[in-house]
Design a binder for this molecule. Structure first.
Ligand code: PLP
Length: 391
């Protein structure tokens, strides 16, 4: 079979083990997890996640349509986004999704109009900016006052006054999302404290909410993916179980993306050339920032491994770089077995914000996805050892 590199490779067994661990770690029947579709929207990934009972957290109309096509029930779909278009709101309302996370007072009026056109009452959650520092990379911090997301806490009263006037809206929850790749539990504890204060305030206005959505953001171990393939969901959920003052009848929603899918995906790329530069060796590979932009965009680290090298020949240091005409098109530097043209390099932990952020810059072809359960690559990789090193 003709297999084109680069390609994404998904270990479905690891995805299922992760989902099982997540479900086992949920400490309360009041907790409901929605998968953040933007992290990876491959059909087979979505279908697998749906089978484990998660809902879907969408940030576009197309994500809603895709989630429904992959089996998610509209009543378990939520929509967020600072700039939802009228068409996207139509999609959300006409499908009767669980709730729309509203990010501004102006948006309330638009949703009310579109709900009226659909002759339906839309359930609204206020997405609130809690001004909590997630202490993560500044480009994936979303819950600070300076970020564009959410309604400021100081505006919540006014938003409540507005929504009371709107016939086709019903306020059913509050929503937060402070950022991504968060490994310390402290920001989540701070978030709980903010939510508790706000819940008192909102109840003071005579409103009973049916859910609190605390967003996502749980990080993964990019440094040791083989040793720690599954995040500590227990520790994460325990924070909310312990610190959030949930009222009777209220549910707590989570929107996890990265922690569910990051470790099950790798990007497999072939070495095109090995070049001795003036100060270092470059391993020039056929994948670039067009397939995986995280290192260029967020300075992120991905562990890499040459899965075809002959380890008896010794090692050397390499800067692994892509073919794109941008100096930021670099995956990282590492010591590897002596590497040559034709070797395969596995770039790990690429299941989240990898394939979905692909582009066709330089008019590049789109990378395909392969799945571990199909044995499509056995003959191509050539030997048992190489096949197992894919996963
Ligand atoms: C991206 C996003 C998430 C998921 O974040 P992860 O860090 O991948 O868990 C959850 N909620 C909202 C609103 C988002 O935009």
């Amino acid at each position: 079979m003709a297999v084109q590199t680069p390609f994404y490779y998904y270990d479905l067994a690891l995805l299922e083990n992760t989902l099982q661990a997540l479900n086992d770690a949920i400490p309360s029947s009041k907790f409901k997890v929605h998968y953040a579709v933007k992290a990876n929207a491959e059909d087979r990934i979505l279908q697998t996640i749906q089978r484990y009972g998660l809902g879907a957290d969408c940030v576009s109309g197309n994500e809603i349509t895709k989630s429904i096509a992959c089996g998610f029930n509209p009543s378990e779909i939520v929509l967020a986004g600072v700039g939802k278009s009228d068409a996207e709101l139509h999609t959300a309302i006409s499908n009767g999704i669980h709730s729309i996370n509203c990010e501004s007072i102006e948006e309330l009026e638009v949703i009310n109009e579109i709900a009226e056109q659909n002759n339906r009452v839309a359930n609204i959650s206020f997405r609130i900016n809690p001004n909590v520092d997630a202490k993560t990379h500044h480009k994936i911090t979303t819950g600070l006052s300076e970020n564009k997301f959410g309604i400021p806490i100081s505006e919540v009263s006014r938003a409540i006054a507005e929504i009371r006037k709107m016939e086709f809206l019903s306020l059913s929850g509050i929503h937060f999302h402070i950022g991504s790749q968060i490994l310390s539990m402290d920001p989540f504890i701070k978030l709980c404290n903010q939510v508790n204060t706000l819940l008192d305030e909102i109840e003071g206005e005579g409103i009973q909410l049916d859910h609190i959505n605390v967003g996502g953001g749980l990080g993964i171990d990019y440094l040791n993916p083989d040793q720690n393939p599954i995040p500590d969901f227990e520790k994460y959920f325990a924070v909310f179980h312990e610190h959030l003052n949930v009222r009777d009848g209220q549910t707590v929603h989570f929107e996890l993306g990265r922690s569910v899918v990051a470790q099950c995906g790798s990007l497999i790329t072939k070495v095109l050339y090995v070049k001795k530069g003036a100060t270092k060796n470059f391993a020039i590979v056929d994948a670039g920032m067009t397939e995986l932009i995280r290192p260029a965009l967020y300075d992120s680290y991905h562990e890499m491994e040459n899965i075809t090298a002959d380890s008896l020949l010794g090692t050397d240091n390499y800067s692994v770089v892509g073919p794109i005409c941008e100096s930021s098109d670099v995956f990282g530097e590492l010591e590897m077995p002596i590497t040559k043209r034709g070797d395969l390099i596995k770039i790990k932990s690429a299941g989240a914000y990898g394939q979905v952020l692909s582009s066709n810059y330089n008019l590049r072809d789109s990378a395909k996805a392969y799945y571990s359960d199909k044995n499509e690559l056995t003959s191509w990789v050539g030997s048992e050892k190489k096949e197992t090193s894919l996963t």
